[in-house]
Design a protein around this ligand. Structure first.
Ligand SMILES: Cc1ncc(COP(=O)(O)O)c(C=O)c1O
Length: 402
């Protein structure tokens, strides 16, 4: 029997690429994989201990009080917690959901009809395409350009022209990732002003993904949250997945702000969407106050690792006559490495894996379409970061001499 499937689920039938096949083969043979791109916080020794999470089983969990935005006491816990960071928002301005990926999906439902579009940064992380496609939304890119050593800049001219060219007004929102994955760049002051101005001019919503906001590469990095932005309808996304390294607990939130009238209309509609799914579990909402007590410990541990690994990558790969560059990273969990183009990026990635057992995500995964780039995780254990990065350098030295 043949079935008729939706076009938006087509990506499910795409065959794995050669790099994934090589990785699966290695795995099948039981060969080790040195995963230089691993950003799963539960697999890098940053994880919580079982006994830390035992309090998830509390007696408050036997009753079910469905609230579209999530239990009030949980939203209050988030509101109180972020007041400590001076990101004051009323509990009614939070919408709890299972993940930021789900938050995107809800926002696409709120803002876009099928065929409408959202603007996303390029390079950016690859999940977007699928998230948008599954909601029948198009993804249009605006570019981030790199200037060494000052870092990444939003191509504001291009952003403005894409919007000016949108005669049918299909673009409904600008997505910014603050800081972006994989470039690690925060939105600069001038960029912020222009982007908000464009949202005002074209009547667009702003979606700011700030899951990596509190992981700056050093304390002096200039960064400003979009929480509480009141000039345009603004949705800021965050959650436990990154800020506490707990993606398996499935709790994220959307913080809503903007002009009063737009905010109250958006809330009503978002209430309907959230009420339709009610996707957050009661035990995890009840555990929030306890989890927040441990946040500082997790942030400190992960920040010191991120900073140490970034320094190692720079020490190993730059200086002297090194053909590599560690691109400027201001925050987040990933550093981008630019390496010489002895042959195509994809082929280099395969050979690295086959010959050295090193897996590193190539730049094309993130829509980097020039040169040879690899994304190195900043959260892997520091000893692995040091050793594997050194092996990476040796691999290129051997190529150069062959
Ligand atoms: C910038 C960014 N936002 C969101 C996510 C997804 O987070 P969540 O686990 O909350 O869906 C990722 C995943 O890597 C990410 O890189």
């Amino acid at each position: 029997m043949s079935y008729i499937f939706s076009r938006r689920s087509n990506a499910g039938e795409i065959e794995p690429n050669e790099l994934s096949r090589v990785r699966a083969r290695r795995h099948g043979f039981g060969l080790p994989i040195k995963d230089l791109s691993n950003t799963n916080p539960t697999k890098v020794g940053l994880d919580w201990k079982d006994h830390d999470l035992i309090s998830l089983a509390t007696k408050d969990n036997v009753t079910y009080d469905p609230e579209p935005r999530g239990l009030y006491r949980a939203r209050e816990a988030i509101s109180d917690h972020f007041a400590l960071y001076k990101r004051n928002m009323h509990p009614d301005n939070y919408f709890l959901c299972a993940s930021t990926s789900e938050a995107y999906s809800w926002l696409f439902k709120l803002l876009c009809d099928p065929g409408d579009a959202v603007l996303v940064p390029k390079p950016g992380y690859p999940l977007f395409q699928h998230l948008a496609e599954l909601d029948s939304v198009q993804v249009l890119a605006y570019r981030l350009e790199y200037a060494h050593p000052s870092g990444w800049y939003v191509n504001l001219d291009e952003l403005s022209s894409v919007l000016a060219a949108d005669r049918e007004k299909r673009i409904k929102a600008i997505v910014i990732i603050n800081p972006n994955n994989p470039t690690g760049s925060y939105i600069r002051k001038t960029e912020r002003t222009t982007i908000i101005g464009l949202c005002e001019k074209y009547g667009l919503a702003l979606i700011a993904d700030e899951v990596f906001f509190d992981f700056p590469i050093d304390d002096n990095i200039e960064r400003k949250t979009f929480v509480g932005e009141d000039r345009v309808l603004t949705f800021v996304l965050d959650g436990l997945s990154k800020r506490m390294g707990l993606p398996q607990l499935k709790l994220a939130w959307i913080t809503l702000s903007g002009p009063n009238q737009e905010v109250s209309r958006a809330k009503k509609r978002l209430d309907l969407i959230a009420d339709t799914f009610l996707s957050v579990s009661t035990p995890i909402m009840n555990a929030l106050p306890f989890l927040f007590e441990h946040e500082t410990a997790f942030l400190c541990k992960s920040l010191s690792r991120i900073r140490e690994n970034y320094a190692s990558y720079r020490e190993i790969l730059t200086g002297g006559t090194s053909p590599h560059r560690v691109l400027c990273c201001q925050g987040g969990w990933t550093a981008l490495i630019e390496s010489p183009s002895f042959f195509e990026e994809d082929r280099i990635a395969q050979r690295l894996l086959e010959e050295k057992g090193i897996f590193a995500q190539p730049g094309f995964f993130f829509d980097i379409d020039n040169g040879v780039h690899f994304a190195f995780s900043l959260i892997i254990p520091s000893i692995s970061a040091f050793r594997w990065c050194t092996e990476y350098r040796h691999f290129f030295e051997a190529l150069e001499n062959s």
